[in-house]
Write a protein that binds this ligand. Structure first.
Ligand code: ADP
Ligand code: MG
Length: 906
């Protein structure tokens, strides 16, 4: 189809031939919808080029980060000064923000005309002038003497690296002061202000006029995330996903980007839509070849385009025939303002006549009509091109936020905005943009940016203070490592064993698998989220298994021991029935992941329940015996328990089957624990000096004797108090899946209380225990996850999060999971260092078999753990091997090893 943006041509006037000639430029100025679509696509490409670090330097559309990360939320408050540098004047404002989104701010302002030569003179003079304006302004209002923050609106391309640090890249719009390009404009203004002895005025933010417009429009209710300026020049800005703005080192949240799209087309990409008239305009400008898009759109040029079209029509003899038209050779005789008046529906014709007559052109009725058509074509084209640019921005936002549909407000300044929405709608149908014309310029927006900057800085400080106790230094972690080492020694010693918080339980597992194990086994896995029964076949060609998950209801976990073990037997019987195994008596390995005093491979006295279990009558009993008794009660006679193992041991054994270096087992799931191969001579609690034995550390209880008290925060104490084993498993409660979400929840509550999150609004849902699951940490911390998605997760919890809120929640999650990983590393460092010393090695190479959903699913945990371990134990080369189904496989392997040992014994 044809271009949708042009008004229909009027009925033919004059001869056919003449009409055709007159219509030629109109056709050239008409951009069909397909071509506009192509312009939009090229704009999108150019924008991507500007955003990418690799291609940024060659990009025409520079996509400059503005270091503005959020739109105002209405809570901004205080007295703010604003200085706006405009085309021919300086505007100073004092804006009093009331901190109540609904009330408009109080504004006092004064405009100072600039002496004509100052824009071409010395930079210093320009900034001195601005500072003088400010001093005069402050003298005229009763300005307080306390610190006054100032926002500076500076409408030129800057390389910004912070909100208050911006190097001018190059002057434009007729400015060319010396000694400013390449310099930090904030500093130049601040020192000029000092010279005026305004010592209480601090320049805290610099922004472009597009940003000011976006912010001003944001103050009227809904946030506005895009702004367009079509004034003398043209430019736009929008809120982008920060990680896409590679030139800014921010990776999370949003970042306002100034497109600098005036230069779009400087590499020739617009050549197919440029008309001969545009080429003339460009050649006669002071910067030929540059700012090609701006020259199609900006008001500095529209009058000139019309003048060149008129000149061409005169040459074709279809306009002003027989009149003297020399005046049309004079640059800038037609002003854009006049063009805009001529296109007016009611008074446009009269205006055209007046303008043309003033130029001495004596227009006929038909001349006036044609001139109006041309003006309309030029303005419509500018609007259509702007709409294509806007469509590119909207589609980019929509894609990068992974939305199916984008609904957004667009702040606009300049007179050309009327035509935008319909064309934008055609070009980016997936986006719904509402244009908000800016009525009060950029000043209020600038004040808000300044206030936001102040508020964020103050909040950041408070958040840092609140999170500081959770941030462990290298020295802290070395201390944890040393304490763990001490507790290990205590736990191994016959005399000291009773007083150690790390119990160091012997497992009677004396070796890891060697690959010769064979047979068919039953296995039980109890002690985690799921209770499972398995059948495992260990054969020459590997291990095969089948399993079934059974639920243990909380009532059974926390009821009587009899009921618990009855339930377990019922599950085994159900499994055997399903697997057709009821007739066989298979050796059974029992993975029982609670601290046990083991008296033999098949004799394990429960020392205490953990992880939410509390069945009565079990502590102090041999769990194998409890299982056998239940089997008897249920008349299940074919049960032959040969080994009880902890899940850490199972994990080590199953990884050991694939890697003989695997001599450590680690679990980071619901709980956390570790085991490793210790020298028998160091195990004071078991007779014998020869060989090694696997020690189940039960390190979850590390710190239960108070040795970690310095590291616990208020949040940890709150979490601990609400557990069924308060005061116990203190190390575990800093690290494992059952607790991390709870720690985060308590921190979020504290942040809300301090008005640092969710605008301080009380969140009833957040009061609910366990509502913030540890798996949310994994999702929220995924690298490059659009914050929109974080917001969606929080929304499911009925938490209305702004982007800043989402960022803060992400930061809290990162802090908590980082601490967990680092503490885990400190514990492991103690283990590997001890093994290295045991063996008298300068360098130890060892593999850790790991299991647990937190370790496996969290996007950063394993990385942080391994990195910290390298730092803390530089003489150990530690490989991590994730176990697949370690608990089940491992129990079978222990049973197999036991069976082998038994045959070799006899
Ligand atoms: P267990 O340790 O009980 O044998 P898992 O290793 O599966 O079982 O760990 C379960 C724990 O992992 C749960 O307590 C839960 O908090 C945590 N978890 C579940 N999904 C995730 C996830 N995607 N990211 C991090 N932690 C998770
Ligand atoms: Mg498990």
């Amino acid at each position: 189809h044809r271009g949708a943006q042009l008004p229909p041509l009027p009925p033919a006037a004059g001869s056919r031939l003449q009409w055709k000639d007159a219509a030629k430029p109109l056709l050239a100025l008409t951009i069909p919808l397909e071509a506009l679509q192509a312009v939009k696509d090229r704009m999108l490409q150019a924008m991507r080029k500007g955003l990418s670090r690799q291609t940024h330097a060659q990009a025409n559309v520079r996509m400059l980060p503005a270091y503005i990360c959020s739109t105002p939320d209405g809570t901004e408050k205080g007295d703010i000064l604003v200085v706006e540098l405009c085309q021919s004047h300086v505007r100073t404002l004092r804006v009093t923000l009331l901190g109540d989104g609904n009330q408009s701010p109080q504004v006092t302002y004064k405009i100072f005309d600039m002496p004509g030569d100052i824009t071409q003179g010395k930079g210093e003079a320009l900034f001195d002038f601005i500072a003088q304006c400010l001093r005069q302004f402050l003298a005229g209002i009763s300005s307080p003497q306390h610190r006054l923050p100032l926002g500076f609106v500076f409408p030129f391309s800057c390389r910004q690296t912070q909100l208050d640090k911006a190097e001018l890249i190059s002057w434009s719009k007729g400015f060319s002061c010396s000694d400013v390009e390449g310099k930090d404009v904030v500093q130049l203004l601040q020192s000029a202000i000092k010279k005026q002895e305004l010592h209480h005025v601090d320049v805290v933010a610099l922004m472009n006029d597009t940003v000011g417009t976006m912010m001003t429009c944001s103050m009227r209710g809904e946030p506005c995330e895009v702004a367009l300026i079509v004034g003398t020049g043209t430019n736009s800005c929008f809120m982008a996903e920060a990680q896409l703005v590679e030139m800014a080192e921010e990776i999370s949240g949003q970042m306002c980007v100034i497109t600098e799209w005036g230069c779009f087309g400087d590499d020739g990409t617009l050549s197919d839509i440029l008309t001969p008239y545009d080429q003339h305009v460009d050649q006669e400008s002071f910067n030929p070849g540059e700012k090609r898009f701006e020259k199609l759109v900006g008001s500095l040029y529209l009058g000139e385009i019309v003048r060149h079209v008129l000149t061409a029509l005169v040459a074709e003899k279809v306009l002003f025939t027989g009149r003297s038209v020399a005046i049309l050779r004079t640059k800038d005789v037609l002003k854009t303002q006049q063009v805009l008046e001529i296109i007016n529906n009611e008074e446009g014709m009269a205006k055209a006549r007046r303008v043309l007559e003033a130029l001495g052109l004596q227009p006929s009725e038909q001349d006036c009509c044609r001139v109006q058509q041309i003006c309309r074509a030029v303005v419509s084209r500018a609007a259509a091109l702007c709409a294509a640019g806007l469509a590119a921005i909207l589609s980019h936002m929509c894609q990068s936020q992974e939305l199916e549909r984008l609904v957004v407000n667009v702040g606009v300044d300049g007179e050309l905005y009327r035509g935008y929405t319909s064309v934008t709608g055609l070009l980016a149908p997936e986006c719904m943009a509402t244009l908000l014309p800016s009525v009060d310029g950029t000043g209020q927006g600038a004040a808000v940016v300044t206030a936001v900057a102040l508020r964020l800085a103050a909040q950041r400080h408070e958040v840092d203070q609140l999170l500081a106790p959770l941030q462990l230094s290298r020295a802290d972690l070395e201390r944890v490592q040393a304490l763990m080492r001490r507790e290990m020694e205590l736990g191994l010693g016959l005399e000291s064993h009773a007083n150690a918080s790390v119990r160091m339980l012997p497992t009677y597992v004396r070796g890891t698998p060697d690959g010769t194990e064979r047979g068919e086994f039953l296995a039980l896995d109890l002690g985690g989220t799921n209770f499972r029964v398995l059948v495992v076949r260990v054969a020459q060609d590997g291990i095969r298994m089948a399993s079934e998950i059974y639920v243990i209801p909380t009532a059974v976990m926390q009821g009587t021991g009899e009921a618990l073990f009855n339930h377990i037997i019922e599950c085994i019987m159900d499994f055997q029935l399903k697997q057709n195994l009821l007739e066989q008596v298979l050796p059974l390995g029992f993975t029982f992941s609670f601290p046990c005093q083991q008296l033999g491979l098949d004799k394990a006295v429960l020392l205490s329940w953990t992880k939410g279990f509390s069945a009565s009558g079990c502590v102090g009993q041999d769990v194998v015996q409890l299982l056998r008794e239940a089997a008897q009660r249920k008349q299940h006679l074919g049960l032959k328990v040969v080994a009880v193992v902890n899940d850490t041991v199972g994990t080590m054994m199953s990884c050991g089957y694939d890697d003989p270096k695997c001599e450590i087992g680690l679990i980071v799931g619901t709980g956390t624990n570790a085991c490793y191969m210790e020298e028998m001579r160091n195990v004071g609690t078991v007779e014998g000096e020869q060989g090694r034995m696997c020690i189940n550390m039960e390190w979850g209880a590390f710190g239960d004797n108070g040795c970690l008290d310095d590291f616990f925060t208020d949040f940890d104490r709150l979490v601990d108090e609400k557990t069924i084993n308060a005061g116990k498993q203190r190390f575990e409660k800093l690290i494992s899946g059952m607790y991390l979400g709870e720690i985060v929840r308590h921190i979020l509550l504290a942040l809300v209380e301090k008005q640092l999150l969710f605008r301080g609004k009380p969140c009833p849902k957040l009061q609910t225990r366990d509502i913030f699951q540890t798996k949310f940490l994994s999702t929220i911390e995924i690298d490059g996850l659009a914050l929109q998605q974080v917001r969606a997760i929080l929304q499911d919890l009925e938490l209305q999060a702004s982007f800043e809120d989402s960022l803060l929640v992400q930061k809290v999650c990162q802090t908590v999971s980082l601490r967990a990983a680092q503490l885990c590393a400190a514990g492991l460092a103690a283990v590997v260092e001890k093994m290295r010393e045991n063996r008298g090695l300068a360098q130890l190479a060892v593999t850790v078999g790991v299991d647990g959903t937190l370790y496996k699913m969290h996007p950063r945990f394993s990385q942080h753990l391994q990195q910290m371990l390298r730092d803390l134990a530089p003489n150990c080369t530690v490989t991590f091997l994730q176990s697949e189904d370690g608990s089940g496989k491992g129990a079978a392997l222990v049973a197999a090893v036991a069976a082998l040992l038994r045959t070799s014994d006899s």
